[in-house]
Design a binder for this molecule. Structure first.
Ligand SMILES: CC(C)(COP(=O)(O)OP(=O)(O)OC[C@H]1O[C@@H](n2cnc3c(N)ncnc32)[C@H](O)[C@@H]1OP(=O)(O)O)[C@@H](O)C(=O)NCCC(=O)NCCS
Length: 186
């Protein structure tokens, strides 16, 4: 029988499916090397290569506390989204994502993927709380979390170094109670 995280989830247009080693391509590595894509990602601090991305994906696939999904539009892999690490005593986890294919930006893909993974995390994994940290200037990401039903719960002032600036971090959260029994936000 499939474990919960092996089942693809879709809203009809955007699908998230468990990542596989076949997804580790030079295109994926190039996404992480693209300064427009990685400007608000912690991955920019380390050299990205087929080997390092392969090691990361292998580690995610074997981890019981992390669920990494490929985000696909019309069957095409355009980015990734992750829930984890799970803090079991609190039934709590972080959600993070990137859309690497810039031609897919601004089309509601992130908003849809966040909705899908959040429903999975709460309804299937039984988590009670999801958190996400967003660099202050990353308006697209902040709006995508709001579109998916998250609430801005906090702001860490001048928290991240971004170029030569210190920028704020917006803290977003979604509680299990924010979803109704169909898994949609109230
Ligand atoms: C930020 C990111 C996730 C947004 O993904 P997306 O699929 O383009 O987001 P959506 O299309 O769902 O857009 C959500 C909202 O943000 C707006 N938006 C998207 N990109 C934007 C940008 N660069 N500037 C301002 N607004 C933007 C959209 O118009 C939409 O607005 P609406 O709710 O008023 O309709 C994507 O650009 C990305 O992955 N960037 C690189 C990595 C990254 O920053 N990851 C997030 C780390 S927290």
């Amino acid at each position: 029988m499939n474990s919960p995280a092996t089942i693809p989830m879709t809203d009809g247009r955007v699908t998230i499916r468990p990542i596989s080693l076949d997804d580790v391509t030079q295109t994926y590595v190039n996404w992480l090397r693209d300064p427009e894509v990685n400007q608000y990602l912690e991955t920019r601090h380390t050299e990205q290569s087929m080997a390092s991305v392969g090691d990361f994906v292998r580690a995610m696939i074997s981890s019981p506390d992390q669920h990494l999904f490929a985000i696909c539009v019309d069957g095409k892999h355009v980015g990734n989204i992750k829930v984890g690490p799970i803090k079991h005593p609190h039934q709590l986890a972080d959600v993070s994502l990137f859309i690497g294919d810039r031609t897919a930006w601004g089309k509601g893909v992130a908003s849809a993927a966040i909705k899908l993974i959040s429903r999975f995390a709460i309804r299937t994994l039984g988590l009670k709380k999801l958190n996400a940290g967003v660099y202050g200037p990353n308006t697209g990401s902040a709006k995508a979390f709001l579109n998916a039903g998250y609430t801005q719960e906090g702001l860490r002032r001048r928290h991240f170094k971004c170029g030569s600036d210190m920028v704020d971090s917006f803290e977003f959260g979604l509680c299990a109670e924010d979803l109704d029994k169909e898994g949609n936000e109230r």
